[in-house]
Design a protein around this ligand. Sequence first.
Ligand code: PRP
Length: 220
Amino acid sequence: MTRPLTFAIPKGRILDEALPLLARAGIEPEAEFHDKRSRALRFATNRPDVSIIRVRAFDVATFVAHGAAQIGIVGSDVVEEFDYSELYAPVDLDIGHCRLSVAEPAGLAGEDEAAMSHVRVATKYPHLTRRYYEAMGLQAECVKLNGAMELAPSLGLSRRIVDLVSSGATLKANGLVETHVIMQVSARLIVNRAAFKMRSADLAPMVEAFRKAVGVKDAA
Ligand code: PRP
């Protein structure tokens, strides 16, 4: 018998939107998955051939790129930040909509970047941040943080941040304003390319099930 498929899904905001989509694609995690007190990280599903791991969004991409998980759900921000050649992202799941933006303290926003040669930015996205500023002819010095980027300007770590913005409430609560949108983000189904070839009998129907699940969202 072939090994079960491992499906990686992210903790955090996408999860609530991802679960109904998974269910429509025929995959439902065991009851323990919904128990907030559980410390388990790997879960059985209604399908004996599929198990689920719940990890941080950036780690979803790493598990799938290395083939430790064969399939997963993650934001297009993460797919673009890593740019792993081993990842195939066949379906835009139309959930987890937000944007990756530059933000600055409200009182300081608007300085002419054309007059500068270098910017310092606190971010979880150094690759996308450098790429964005390079296209403007600016060198970005990135201070890598894993969360709470919004604290960086008030504490003097960097004037600018690059982070995800959804409602804008976090920026507002921290006295920041969005000055540029780098990219629009939505969640993607990602598949390990080698696994997609070797186990196409399992993975191709699953990809198809997600395509259909996205299409029938409003009718469910
Ligand atoms: C994200 C992001 C912002 C916030 C933006 O963090 O990093 O901090 O959401 O959302 P808003 O515009 O609706 O306020 P999240 O809460 O997902 O946690 P994280 O810091 O662990 O990424």
